[in-house]
Ligand binder design. Structure first.
Ligand code: HPA
Ligand code: ZN
Length: 350
């Protein structure tokens, strides 16, 4: 890494916002703002169990992952048409680009929609068209990761994969999300093995609320190339060493962890410890419409809460986001060069 001069702490928020970065852990259904939920409900004639945007927002007081998921799946019920998926993804990509996200790898939960009678092609075509248009309109590159819901059966995941395969060129990987506890990775070993044969990238949520054993399982049974969250890995020294040695990235989501009570405060978050253990940590927003902030809010609030985090850490986190992505090597080099230029410009006082 190049030599970083000292930077006063008061300049950190500006730098964190300005630096180019990749977002690797964003559930597109979690970017659905209450205003858009109500607009889509009206457009599609869907009845909501909330009288107003304010009432819905007031329901966003979560105690754990499951208390969030119940509301998150209810919010997604307004998505019916291809244009709905397009509008949701376009809004996220516009916002992400405005926060200097140059590349996004976006999760979507098809089973949430196909279970309501929405066709797989409706979901994927709408999201994919938004990704294509966003590159031209906002200059952001974006790709899609199909996530299996782990509270459902592996058989259901197989059926979902089968439905998605005709659209194989429109998503580049698979993930695993929803209720972690009681749904260990090995439940999906066979479907992930099939995805591996198909040449799909593989990631999995593990070690958000679940134990380090679930992170081991994601690595050994699913051949996950990245771990989503992974913060519980800190409780297993051998696991931390393995993650460091194999450069397995962790896509950490500070505001999500705060809102779902994984940590009591941002000051108590263990991101800095994970970074200092030489893990390829990244910062992400998870479900920004529900957790009170997009990617830059995750960076700035975490850095504000933890004086030990420095400009060097900021650089490392953004650099890691490019390295951890599934983008082409040539694109990574371009973004990393832009990152370096951004820091140099910043230190020259622009
Ligand atoms: N964990 C598990 N499933 C999810 C999450 C999460 O943080 N967000 C959306 N689905
Ligand atoms: Zn997530």
């Amino acid at each position: 890494m190049f030599k970083l001069p000292h930077i006063p702490r008061e300049r950190l928020p500006g730098l964190l916002a300005a630096m180019p970065k990749a977002e690797l852990h964003i559930h597109i259904e979690g970017s659905l703002e209450p205003e858009m939920i109500f607009a889509l409900a009206a457009r599609n004639g869907v009845a909501l169990p909330y009288a107003s945007v304010e009432e819905l927002r007031r329901a966003y007081a979560f105690t754990d992952l499951q208390s969030f998921l119940d509301i998150y799946y209810a919010g997604a019920s307004v998505l019916l048409k291809e244009q709905d998926f397009y509008d949701m993804a376009r809004a996220y990509l516009a916002r992400a680009a405005s926060e200097n996200v140059v590349h996004a790898e976006i999760f979507f939960d098809p089973q949430t929609h196909t279970a309501r009678g929405v066709a797989m092609a409706t979901v994927i075509n709408g999201l994919h068209r938004a990704c294509v248009d966003a590159r031209a309109e906002f200059g952001i590159s974006a790709s899609l990761i199909l996530s299996f819901l782990r509270h459902l059966s592996e058989e259901d995941a197989f059926a979902t994969l089968e439905q998605a395969l005709p659209l194989r060129d429109k998503f580049m990987g698979v993930g695993l999300d929803s209720s972690e506890l009681g749904n260990p990775p090995e439940k999906f070993a066979r479907v992930f093995a099939r995805c591996r044969e198909l040449g799909l990238h593989r990631v999995a949520h593990a070690g958000e609320e679940g134990p380090p054993a679930y992170v081991w399982g994601a690595l050994d049974m699913l051949h996950a190339e990245r771990i989503d969250h992974g913060v519980q890995a800190i409780h297993d020294a051998a696991l931390v060493r393995r993650l460091a040695r194999e450069r397995i990235p962790l896509t950490v989501c500070p505001l999500s962890n705060l809102k779902l009570c994984v940590f009591d405060s941002l000051g108590a978050h263990n991101l800095k410890q994970l970074l200092d253990a030489d893990l390829a940590v990244t910062v992400n927003s998870d479900d920004p419409a529900y957790f009170g902030g997009y990617i830059n809010a995750n960076f700035t609030q975490l850095f504000a809460a933890q004086p030990a985090l420095t400009a060097r850490d900021a650089y490392q986190l953004a650099f890691n986001s490019f390295e951890a992505s599934f983008a082409a090597q040539a694109d990574k080099r371009v973004w990393e060069h832009r990152l370096k230029e951004c820091f140099q410009r910043y230190f020259e006082g622009d």
